[in-house]
Design a protein around this ligand. Sequence first.
Ligand code: 13P
Ligand code: ZN
Length: 282
Amino acid sequence: MTQEKFINSTYVQQMCKITRGLYDHGWDERNGGNVSYRLTEDEISQYADTDKVLRNVPIAFDASELAGQYFLVTATGRYFKNVIDNPERDTGLVQIAKDGHSVDIRWGYNDGAQPTSEFPSHLMTHINRLHVDSNQRVVMHCHPTNLIAMSFTLPLDEKTFSRILWKMQAESVVVFPEGLGVIPYMTPGTNDIGEATAEKMKNFRAVMWPHHGVFGAGDSMDETFGLIETIEKAALIYTTIQAQGGVCLQEITDDDLADLAKNFGLTPNPKFLTGKSLVENK
Ligand code: 13P
Ligand code: ZN
């Protein structure tokens, strides 16, 4: 074990950079958004100031599948614009207790803060994503403006959203070939929304929360941010099309989507590959 401080670790630096990035994009006003980052025992053990339990915080759901695992997690109620200046106050390193009903705080939350109110959605998502991807590390929630706006004007189904977002730019189907998961509107911060989100995360890495935001999961901060960034860019293009009158004279066709997938060696969700055209009467 070195005497290096955890605050200077690459993990805290990455958390600072990403929370500031989410704020700068306008996706995390006030205390909007939350991030959790799974770290390994090896990674933690390099830091002398992470070996003691500072506090124990109960959680109202069963996270026993993650018992012993470590997560760097943003605190509830904290402003993402400020995390970069106060990471030891606005984030914390937690270890999931043996029985899965509480977490031991190992570092941070140093003014008595608690983990994000969306902790159920984060941990339940980590559990289900780890079943399909052992490299799963990051869960990120934010409030991207254009995607939220689309959740008011379009039917709330996965095929509609996935196909529109895929057709807004060539990179969409490459970045999220499985499409976008969609749950109904639900009350934030509850175990119920956590369960619904995690269920979708068995098949998707991004799940839209209508009239609220999006949850993304991935193997790194960059990958997860990039996933959300790509979805929101597609939503911005869609919004801009509506502002230009909403009439598409041409589009990325279903055949174009299939060609893109073939070229990149990807298998897009077959249920979303054919359907209604964006060009009327086609
Ligand atoms: P927290 O401040 O508890 O992380 O909540 C922010 C949020 O976006 C709720 O959905
Ligand atoms: Zn939110």
